[in-house]
Design a protein around this ligand. Structure first.
Ligand code: ACO
Length: 402
């Protein structure tokens, strides 16, 4: 490599840090994370307290606006969201154009991006505070509708319209599980579990999808376009797609006779691309605090609903075996939030192809808060450099001479 390619024209030497393992892209006042100690706080509040005592709408307000709302602020925020849950009827025509085989994440990303067409004022790069707030409210309100409709499309059923007298989580569950012929009875255990899952996923500082949202937004792309890009990033199996991959892996272990040790050995084999899904994390190297909360929640929810799921037992066996295996111990590979989240989703009736959509619904306030912070701080356009390792100059050769 020519060392001169490490120099940037204006700012001295270029740092090469593939995967940005040690590079900060921004300052942020939203989420504090200590990977060594297993600490996660939103705006200073420990995740354990928020998961136990708050609800998703309150946590969304906290992330987006920086402090816990007063009763009046919470009521206004929640009411405004309720009033915007309907999506334009023309969006249903776009939805109708997707085949039933379309993955709901693809539909979600496309429909969120298409919000720019219905609300062109969101494209203004110098939105006032009120205009920005309206974009935020619309997105928070319409994502659950779009998400539930993407599921209805995948099973060939008519969509269910939002019911604004229901709270955020219940409204989503109702759009997922009601039929025109039969109403879904919202179970408080399920609502509580869903609130917990959404809170635990609500922000995680500069992860892949959030960095994507900030990077796209740094070009002054709209909130909707930026979040649509974040949804695409989240879809990847190394990021949000892991929760679906975990359940598929646990099912495969069950179908294979339930021998978790065999799969541990497979994950250790460097000639085998198989990885233990739901294990390992870029920043948590001792434990993932969200995984602790969610493991307990999985036990509670399954017991409250009277569900006996054999893959929960396989998951626990796998965790136990991995935690006693030097390969996993040396590499500090522990279960992450998604190791147990899929088990709860299954217990509350969410189909596997919707797991990553559930993650997106949870991450939405985080994406919004990060996008807003980036814009309010007037951050410059994101534009990483590179170290060029290709050919040096060469002359063009006509096609017949190659
Ligand atoms: N199973 C087996 N080995 C693993 C696993 C795993 N799940 N994860 C990491 N390793 C090994 C790697 O092979 C590597 O071994 P080596 O040093 O002998 O080469 C070592 O541990 C370090 O792994 P990296 O891939 O360098 O770690 P990185 O920080 O880049 O990746 C990641 C983190 C992507 C999460 C990884 O652990 C992984 O692929 N896990 C499975 C997928 C998953 O659960 N993703 C969800 C992430 S959490 C979220 O998005 C909410």
């Amino acid at each position: 490599i020519d060392i001169s390619s490490f120099r940037s024209a204006s700012e001295g030497y270029i740092t090469l840090d593939p995967g940005y393992k040690n590079t900060g892209a921004t300052t942020s006042a939203i989420t504090f994370l200590d990977g060594e100690k297993g600490i996660l706080r939103y705006r200073g509040y420990p995740i354990e307290q928020l998961a136990e005592q708050s609800n998703f709408i309150e946590v969304s307000y906290l992330l987006i606006y920086g402090s816990l709302p007063t009763a009046q602020e919470l009521n206004d925020f929640s009411e405004r969201i309720s009033r915007h849950t309907l999506v334009n009827e023309d969006m249903r025509k776009i939805l109708d154009g997707f085949p039933a085989t379309a993955h709901p994440m693809g539909i979600l990303s496309a429909l969120v991006s298409s919000l720019t067409a219905f609300y062109p004022e969101s494209l203004k790069s110098n939105q006032s505070q009120d205009e920005m707030d309206l974009s935020v409210i619309r997105l928070m309100a319409k994502m659950p509708t779009i998400a539930a409709w993407s599921y209805k499309n995948s099973i060939g059923h008519p969509v269910i319209y939002p019911k604004n007298k229901l709270d955020y989580a219940s409204n989503f569950l109702n759009m997922m599980f009601s039929y025109p012929t039969e109403d879904y009875e919202v179970d408080p255990v399920v609502v509580d579990a869903l609130n917990k899952l959404l809170i635990l996923h609500a922000d995680h500082e500069q992860n892949c999808s959030t960095s994507t949202v900030r990077l796209v937004g740094s070009a002054h792309a709209s909130l909707y376009s930026s979040v649509s890009a974040g949804i695409s990033a989240l879809w990847g199996p190394l990021h949000g797609g892991a929760n679906q991959a975990v359940i598929e892996m646990l099912e495969a272990i069950k179908a294979d006779g339930g021998d978790s040790k065999k799969f541990i050995e497979k994950a250790k084999d460097k000639n085998d691309p198989f990885r233990l899904m739901g294990f390992g994390h870029r920043v948590y190297k001792n434990f993932d605090p969200r995984a602790k909360i969610i493991k307990k929640s999985a036990d509670d929810v399954l017991a409250a609903l009277g569900v006996k799921d054999p893959i929960l037992d396989i998951a626990k066996e796998l965790e136990e075996a991995a935690l006693n295996d030097s390969y996993f111990v040396e590499r500090k590979l522990y279960p992450n939030v998604d190791f147990y989240s899929g088990i709860i989703y299954r217990a509350i009736g969410i189909p596997t192809n919707m797991f990553t959509v559930m993650f997106a619904l949870g991450r939405l306030p985080g994406w919004i808060a990060q996008w807003k912070e980036m814009r309010e701080n007037k951050e410059p356009i994101g534009r990483p450099r590179q170290i060029y390792v290709g050919e040096t100059e060469r002359d063009y050769v006509a096609v017949e001479k190659r």
